[in-house]
Design a protein around this ligand. Structure first.
Ligand SMILES: [Zn+2]
Length: 518
C-alpha cells in the first residue's frame, strides 16, 4: 500500500498563531489509530504555513515490506519515506513533534523527548533536526522504564513478554554509555533507548536501538550486541558515514565494543578475537576480497570479514604503531572534529596524523586502499598483524559448509530417514550436488569409523567439521531423528566460527574448536 500524504499550505493561519521569533521549529502534532491503520495530524511551519499529514499502512501481518511501514494492533513502524514528517523549510531548525497513542501503546520519543501518560493514552513529545531525523517513528504496546545516568536518560520500551528484562538492560546500557563516553568523548544525545520490535533486526539510530523481541532475552544481546549498538551512537549516528568513501563505522563499533569487551576479559580473549578475524578472512575466496575503502555494508559474509574484522584489526595495528596515548588522542580528535558531520576514512587518517604528528599515508594506503593481507607468519603468534594463516594455524570450522556450494549426502548406518528426507532436511546447506561438501549423517559410531575426528563432548545430537578418508573437508551430523538433523543443519549456520556444536539434554548447546594444526 502506498503512503497517502495530503499537503495543503495555508499561510493565512499565521495571524491566528503568532510564532515567537526564536522558535524556528515546524510544529507537528500527530495521532495514530492502530485499528484503522492511520496516522493523521497537521504541521505548522515557522512562517505559519500549514500542512495536513495523513499516512496509511497495513498491519504487520499484511505488510509485504514491513520496513516501508505498518500500523496495526502490534504497533507501528513508519520510516521517514512514509511522509510522517513534512518537508523542512530552509529557514527552519527542525521539527517539534507530538504523537498521541491510544491506551496501552507508547510512541518512542527521539532523544531529548518525553512521554506523558494519561488514562486515555499517551503523548510522546520530541524535537528533531535535519541531522537526527534518521530513525523511523515506532509505536508499540510498550512498558517504559527509565533511569538517569549522569546527563543521559536511559530507557527501555519492551512489551509485557520482555518487561522482566528491563532492569538488566538499564544496568548494561548505563555501564556501556559511561565506559564508551570515557573512552571516546561525551555521549552525543540526551537519551539512549532500547526498543523492542517484532521485526527480526538489531538496528542502531541516533540515540536508540531497535532489537527483535526474540533476541532480547539472549545473554549476548545484553552484552556484546548492546555495546556494539551503543558504540554506533558515536560511530555512525554521532559521526555519520560518508558511504561513497567507505564505511569505517562497523570497524570502529567492533573495536570499541566487541573487542574492548574481549580485552577487558583478558589477553587470551582478545587474542582469540584477533584470530577469529584472521580465520574469517582466510576463508574468503580470493574473488570476494576487496579494499576496506570499498566496504559499505554487510551484504554477504565476505564483506563482513573486511568491513568488520579487517577494519577492527587496522585500528588494533594503528594503536600498536602509535602507542595508546597518541591513539587515544587521535580518537578524541576524530570525534571532536567530526561530531554531527559526515566523515570518511580520509578524516580518520587526518585526525590520527594530527594527533600523533606522523605521516600515516603509507599505513592507510596499505590497509585501507589496498586489498589483501600480509603473508602468513607463524612468528606472529599472537595475531597482531592482519595476515594470512599458515597451514599449521588453520582449523576446520562449520563455516565452509555454508558457503553455498551445495552438499553431497553420505548416509551411514543409523541415519534417521530416507535419502529424500535427509536431503530436504539439509536444505540450509544449499542443494544436493555432485562435488558439493560431503555431509555424513549417521550414528556416532558410524561417523567415528568414517571420519578423522569427533567432538570432545557428548550429547543427544551433534554437528561438526571433519576430514573424510580422502582428505576432503566434510560435515558430520549425528542425530536420532530427522527433526534433529533439520534443526542442526539450520543452527550450524549461526555457529560458523566454531568447529563443532553438541546439543545436550534439554537442548543446551555447547560449541568448540579444533586445535590449530590438527
Ligand atoms: Zn554494527
Amino acid at each position: 500500500m502506498k503512503a497517502l500524504v495530503l499537503a495543503v499550505c495555508m499561510a493565512a493561519a499565521a495571524a491566528a498563531f503568532p510564532a515567537a521569533a526564536a522558535d524556528r521549529f515546524v510544529r507537528v502534532d500527530l495521532a495514530i489509530d492502530l485499528e484503522t491503520g492511520r496516522l493523521s495530524g497537521d504541521a505548522e511551519a515557522p512562517d505559519g504555513g500549514m500542512m495536513l499529514i495523513r499516512v496509511e499502512r497495513p498491519p504487520l501481518a499484511k505488510a509485504d515490506m514491513p520496513f516501508d511501514g505498518y500500523i496495526g494492533p502490534e504497533g507501528a513502524l513508519l520510516p521517514l519515506s512514509a511522509g510522517w514528517l513534512p518537508p523542512l523549510p530552509a529557514d527552519a531548525d527542525g521539527w517539534r513533534v507530538s504523537v498521541a497513542t491510544p491506551a496501552g501503546y507508547l510512541a518512542v520519543p527521539y532523544p531529548g523527548g518525553m512521554v506523558e501518560r494519561s488514562a486515555a493514552g499517551a503523548v510522546a513529545r520530541f524535537d528533531l533536526t535535519r541531522v537526527t531525523a534518521r530513525a523511523p517513528l515506532v509505536v508499540g504496546p510498550y512498558e517504559m522504564t527509565e533511569r538517569q545516568a549522569g546527563e543521559v536518560t536511559i530507557r527501555t520500551f519492551f512489551t509485557a513478554a520482555n518487561a522482566g528484562q528491563a532492569e538488566s538492560y538499564l544496568d548494561a546500557a548505563t555501564e556501556a554509555v559511561a565506559t564508551l563516553a570515557a573512552k571516546i568523548g561525551p555521549y552525543p544525545y540526551d537519551a539512549f533507548a532500547v526498543v523492542e520490535t517484532p521485526l527480526p533486526v538489531g538496528l542502531g539510530y541516533p540515540g536508540y536501538t531497535l532489537v527483535s523481541g526474540r533476541i532480547l532475552p539472549l545473554p549476548f544481546m545484553r552484552g556484546r550486541s548492546l555495546w556494539h549498538e551503543i558504540s554506533h551512537v558515536w560511530w555512525g549516528n554521532g559521526v555519520f558515514v560518508d558511504y561513497a568513501n567507505g564505511n569505517w563505522a562497523e570497524g570502529f563499533a567492533v573495536f570499541f565494543a566487541d573487542y574492548a569487551l574481549a580485552e577487558r576479559e583478558g589477553a587470551a580473549a582478545a587474542r582469540e578475537m584477533r584470530y577469529d578475524w584472521l580465520l574469517e578472512y582466510d576463508a574468503l575466496p580470493a574473488d570476494e576480497d576487496a579494499p576496506l575503502r570499498a566496504f559499505t555494508s554487510k551484504s554477504h559474509g565476505g564483506a563482513q570479514a573486511i568491513g568488520y574484522g579487517k577494519a577492527a584489526m587496522a585500528l588494533h595495528m594503528l594503536r600498536r604503531k602509535l602507542g595508546a596515548e597518541a591513539f587515544d588522542a587521535g580518537v578524541a580528535r576524530f570525534w571532536q572534529d567530526n561530531q554531527g558531520k559526515v566523515a570518511g576514512w580520509a578524516d580518520v587518517e587526518a585526525a590520527f596524523a594530527a594527533a600523533s604528528g606522523q605521516d600515516l599515508s603509507a599505513f592507510f594506503d596499505r590497509w585501507i586502499d589496498e586489498r589483501g593481507a600480509a603473508p602468513a607468519d607463524p612468528a606472529d603468534a599472537d595475531y597482531h598483524v592482519f595476515r594470512h594463516l599458515a597451514d599449521s594455524e588453520r582449523i576446520l570450522t562449520l563455516r565452509a559448509s555454508y558457503a553455498g556450494d551445495g552438499f553431497e549426502l553420505r548416509g551411514l548406518e543409523g541415519a534417521p530417514g530416507s535419502e529424500g528426507e535427509l536431503s530436504a532436511a539439509l536444505s540450509p546447506l544449499g542443494a544436493p550436488r555432485s562435488g558439493g561438501v560431503p555431509v555424513y549423517v549417521g550414528s556416532a559410531a558410524a561417523l567415528g569409523a568414517e571420519l578423522d575426528r569427533a567432538p570432545p563432548e557428548t550429547g543427544v545430537a551433534a554437528i561438526w567439521a571433519a576430514m573424510d578418508a580422502s582428505g576432503r573437508p566434510a560435515l558430520a551430523i549425528a542425530a536420532e531423528d530427522i527433526d534433529a538433523v533439520r534443526a542442526l543443519a539450520a543452527r550450524g549456520r549461526h555457529y560458523g566460527r566454531w568447529s563443532w556444536l553438541v546439543v545436550g539434554e534439554g537442548g543446551r548447546p555447547k560449541s568448540g574448536r579444533w586445535t590449530p594444526g590438527k
